[in-house]
Design a protein around this ligand. Sequence first.
Ligand code: PEP
Ligand code: MG
Length: 841
Amino acid sequence: MSGAAGRVGLVLVSHSRALAEATETLARQMTGESVAIACAAGAGAGGAELGTDATAIAAAIERVCGPAGAVVLMDLGSAILSAEMALELVAPELGARTRLTGGPIVEGAVAAAVRAAAGGTLDQVAADARHALDPKAAQLGEAERPAAAAPAAAPAAAATAAAAPAAAATAAAAPAAAATAAVAPAVAADLAIADPSGLHARPAAQLIARAAMFDAAITLENVTAGRGPVATSSLIALASLGARRGDVLRLRATGRQAAEAVEALAALVQREAPAGAAAAPAASGLAIPVAPGVALGPLVRLVRSIPEVPETTVDDPAAEAERLRRALEVAAQDLGNALRGSDILDAHQALLCDPALVDEALSRIERERCNAAWAFRLAIEAAAAIYRQLDDPYLRAREADVHDVGDAVVRALLGGAAATLPDGPPAVVVADDLTPSEAARLDAARVLGVIDRRGGPTSHAAILLRGAGIPAVAGAAALVPDAGGALAGLDGATGEVWLDPDPAITAEIERRQTAIRASRRPPGARAGRLRLACGREIELWANVAGPSDARAAREAGALGVGLLRTEMLFLGRVDEPGEEEQAELLAEIFAVFTGAPIVVRTLDAGGDKVLPYLELDAETNPSLGVRGVRLSLARPALLEAQLRAILVAGRGHDVRVLIPMVSTAAEVGAVRAALERAHEALAAAGRPHLWPVATGIMVEVPSAALMAERLARQADFFSIGTNDLTQHTLAAERGHPRLHALADPAHPAVLRLVRAVVEAGHAAGRPVSVCGEAAGDPDVAPLLVGLGITRLSMCASAFDAVEDALAGATSAELAAVAEEALSVDDAAAARAARAAARRPG
Ligand code: PEP
Ligand code: MG
């Protein structure tokens, strides 16, 4: 919510929860998360009944009313009474900054949100809400005077103050501009609107937000329709222009930054121009927030580089042919992950089994004893030459697909999806479905931020970026063209992305960066624990993936490591790390947390964590395939080598072992047996090691949650992995950009499973923690605590936000909210229950 800071907040009061939430969605279409909006709607459990509640409204005001104040919109009758009563319940200083407005709830909320997002004052936001019906009335001929007659005016005045003399209205609206207009000439541009929907609400909202960044008085006039000019500070005023496709709009600005303003806004107005029109490339918009932080720098593309292919021969052509076949399967899986949903996937998959390529390569292996990578590269080059000679330009361009497929196979044979950044200064990196191995390899010193054109917030790549403290957004394909070179900015907390930001936006981005730096808790300021207002202690543990984020976590005050994702030590390599190497890497991490508990998870490869050298079979549904403990049990040598490395490195440390993706009790028994064997082998070899070792399980498959009471017999502790648990409970892939809202751990179905595990764990005396991303989500962590979780393990960068979210709450309050969240229909309602109950300390 960092984007909401300093802006006027909104409270939507309705008898109907559905109405309020839908209104919020509409308003957010315009502003994203940049404005704090709270719904106080409905009555009874979960707000399911029609009615309003003064206490809920007071809580909503407390939540969104910052220094800039809050505007409350209400629907009918008793909503007004309840809102008035709520004003008496809040602290007097909050009440003084809160305006109840008689504006219509739907149009008013949209207009007010847009005004608030553009930095409007409390009075301006309230006025826009109040006058929100005016353009509609004007358009339908119900207004006293048509909106077209409105003067160039203040936003609300554009439609309503028609009786006021134009000059007076102008001066009142833009005093700064009035002062500068005498010295600065006006800058103007006539633009034909190209968007088929005209200047509809969303581009209008963007226009307002962009216009607010300039020190200039800006107006827009619909020359074709003879409407306006109106100030570009109000959605209502812009709506009154009735701008349709093809209309000519006159943009006019005066003031210090008039020229910059006209240039930037002209680009926005023309953005959806058809091919061939003079459209400016600058784009901005909202992507999916992935890792908090603000970045600004040159935009560079992540280049997936291909290893050098050795031109060597082999002794055993049959084995080499087999290697090629397996590589084709791995490449199919790799491309399937990277191109999922894209229309070129089918063509790529067809190429992978095209006899012209495969038979050609196999026959070169057999006849000429070429190694597999060389043979396939030769086959690819022959095929590419055929495409190059074609007349049809479209078909000729398919040569790129052939190379793409060739590269994937060579990568599968020679190791890793190596991705590189061009040399140059630190940059904002744009990637296409960043893989975990690529994320693991990104150098935080070179990467200011990441814009993933695909992906989502709980993909492993996202988790790694958060761990590395790299600001990131995902699902940005529509916002960021498939090319680099420009300047880019992003806010990983709000999802905002800016391409080629102008000076005013650049200044705003830098301001946010400074504010983030200033708000960080100093090192050593936290003891890994926080106390609720009732005295209950909540432990903050860290999820880490390697030595550098372990150090950052220790510095941030983590009580222990709640999840060490060991697979990250295996990623981004061409071969499997040996037992000794693993022990050394682990020892380096353990040393950082000497004296503190460290939960080490055994290899959780598979799914989106592809390790090419493991030569996994291609799977249709890798998330449901041989991954996690299933893979470890299928490769006992791999598992036991890892267990021995953990036991050796763990000597002298409080290390515990965690088993991922458990779905049955038999898997736990099998890993325990493997641990025994590892211990015996080390003892027989006389190698000192940690023994015995506590062994717990990840609960991330619904069967494990439902069987927790039985699993408690074999597990010393439970760690709930809400990322996978959510994906499996809702059948919504965690990295899928379009299922991001569905794959929400706040869903009551997930919360019910969490409750089941807590109850089973407590009945059996087994500690239960949460280590999925939900633990670090300030809106969900309070629900988890309300369900009885007292140990939260998260990326250390989330500590501050979770502390703030729990500050001042009592166990009883959180339990009541959690109880409510369990009984609602969906995640949005569960989050709303939490939001409505929130009281600042
Ligand atoms: C989880 O699934 O919640 C979890 C912590 O494991 P991972 O994110 O590594 O799959
Ligand atoms: Mg998991």
